[in-house]
Design a protein around this ligand. Structure first.
Ligand code: GLN
Length: 536
């Protein structure tokens, strides 16, 4: 039977529960256990697919086409595993299931209530992963902050689960903040005491406290936390701010978090801890021999989380090239013909980001024209690829009014058009072309060389697509389709062979890049940027 670990958060949001959970999972995995992580989000949206990136950061997509919280990206990047719809559940989904059952008459005339019906559904979902993987340990991150109204049913479900599963099969970790008052030069434990009190009031005693702090926790502070929060002294874990999120597993190892967890769960600690690949990655990350400057041209740049997976994919690809990648966020709305040279003149490559809608498109087209004609490495993802196609149509094919129908529905030359399968779709939630699809690469292309194979699978999230009616015209003028979906002929990759590195992909390679397994297209793009810089 799988053992369960729950991670709750206290005092404030944004403490990095996802990173702590992923780091602990990494250590348990390194000790030879089969581990997975899931996230429960207390908001009413059924999934984050319809949320603006400013609200919630990037929407992460799994192989099975679930639109999920970006923490699943951390889980995959740290653990080198693939997650699925089952790994992310929201309050909206829980209620939707319960209400559907009520409409079907499943509850046989009973009054449907938060306890037991909502909490039962939460417990059912928490245990769902037990069925599919022979996992030794399942970690569950509970989103939000303890004390929020919307978190209450989750904490109650956790209380019940401790009894259902048996205390020895269940562990509760509370992540909290120990603020530093600079005027008093003191770390303060009171917010944590209050947060733990709230958990206790709800009937949950945390077994372990993980304390985010900017300063080392003295023995006195640790003892005080243990005393007031009713945990063992050894179970007070310091989580200092780290230089990189990828250092956190090592920091947690030094604090013996994995050992304490395994001891409390009555599981063997074992002698070996295989972190070789992770340490190899960290070594390359920390000791770059070169650097490049890459412009990330997008429109949600104010919020780094909006392009989380792209930033992380650059970290992985940079490490693999022993190259520090300095990512320069550029607002596409600000790019015009008269300032493009000034903005992009110094960069070694540009990535045009995914996105939706008309805002910022013009600047993206100007940027692409600049790097295409100046032979600066280009990488376009999803909307970025679509923009590359439109720019080529406008400036090389001479189809001045060509556009994507997303931007100009009545365009004369719809070089990017709505997919056939999307034409009758009216609902917004979960209706895009989502999840993993096959792609066959053209031998000898930049992409084929990068992957080192011809058959690949990549994750998608879009409604629009390259219009095959124009394919011959594009190829005649030098923009080739080098990746095709073998089942329906959709163009998934375009390249310009007469350019050092001009690659656009309809899918999202950033979603499959992992610390120990960087994405080949990011690796080859960073290499191209580095070569461009060397020859400059
Ligand atoms: N808006 C475009 C589409 O729906 C691109 C989507 C994206 O970049 N993820 O096809």
């Amino acid at each position: 039977m799988a053992k369960h670990i729950f991670v709750t958060g206290g005092v404030t949001s944004s403490l990095g529960k996802g990173i702590i959970a992923a780091s602990l999972a990494k250590l348990l995995q390194a000790r030879g256990y089969k581990v997975t992580i899931q996230k429960f989000d207390p908001y009413i949206n059924v999934d984050p697919g319809t949320l603006n990136p400013y609200e919630h950061g990037e929407c992460y997509v799994t192989d099975d086409g679930a639109e999920t919280d970006l923490d699943l990206g951390h889980y995959e990047r740290f653990l080198n595993i693939s997650t699925s719809q089952a790994n992310n559940v929201t309050t909206g989904r829980i209620y939707q299931t319960v209400i559907n059952k009520e409409r079907e008459g499943v509850y046989l005339g009973k009054t449907v209530q938060v306890i037991p019906h909502i909490t039962d559904e939460i417990k059912h979902r928490v245990r769902l992963l037990e069925d599919d993987g022979n996992y030794d340990i399942i970690l569950t991150e509970i989103g939000g902050t303890v004390g929020d109204i919307e978190s209450l049913p989750y904490v109650e479900a956790l209380r019940q689960l401790r009894l259902d599963l048996g205390i020895e099969n269940c562990l509760s970790i509370h992540l909290t903040l120990i603020p530093y008052l600079s005027a008093a030069k003191e770390l303060k434990t009171k917010p944590t005491q209050h947060s733990v009190k709230q958990l206790l009031q709800a009937g949950v005693q945390p077994d372990i406290l993980v304390c985010r702090t900017e300063h080392a926790l003295s023995k006195e502070i640790r003892n005080k936390l243990a005393l007031f929060c009713n945990v063992q002294k050894e179970s007070v874990i310091e989580a200092r701010d780290a230089e990189s999120i990828y250092d956190v597993p090592i920091l947690m190892y030094k604090e013996k978090l994995d050992k304490i967890v395994l001891k409390k769960l009555n599981m063997k600690v074992g002698k070996t801890l295989d972190l070789d690949a992770w340490k190899g990655f960290l070594g390359r990350l920390k000791n770059p021999t070169r650097e490049v400057k890459v412009a990330l041209v997008g429109k949600y740049n104010e919020l780094q989380d909006a392009y989380k997976s792209i930033h992380e994919a650059f970290v992985h690809a940079g490490a693999s090239n022993e190259c520090k990648v300095n990512v320069l966020p550029i607002h596409s709305e600000g790019i015009t013909k008269s300032n493009v040279e000034e903005i992009l003149g110094q960069v070694d490559g540009i990535l045009v980001a995914p996105g939706f809608g008309e805002r910022g498109i013009k600047g993206k087209l100007v940027a692409i024209e600049y790097v295409r004609s100046n032979k600066i490495p280009f990488f376009g993802i999803c909307l970025g690829m679509q923009c590359a196609v439109v720019e080529f149509a406008n400036n090389v094919l001479g189809l001045k009014s060509a556009a994507s129908v997303e931007v100009k529905p009545k365009t004369e030359y719809p070089v990017i058009h709505l997919m056939e399968s999307q034409k009758n779709v009216t609902k917004k939630g979960g209706t895009m072309r989502l999840g993993s699809y096959k792609c066959k690469l053209e031998k000898g292309s930049v992409s084929a060389k990068a992957y080192g194979k011809l058959n690949i699978d990549e994750r998608h999230r879009h409604r629009f697509e390259f219009n095959n009616k124009y394919k011959k015209q594009f190829e005649k003028h030098g923009m080739m389709s080098t990746g095709i979906n073998p089942d329906n002929n959709l163009v998934e990759i375009i390249e310009i062979p007469d350019h050092p590195h001009f690659v656009g992909v309809q899918f999202h390679p950033e979603l499959k890049s992992r610390a120990e397994n960087p994405h080949p297209l990011f690796v080859s793009f960073v290499r191209a940027c580095s070569e461009y810089r060397r020859n400059k």
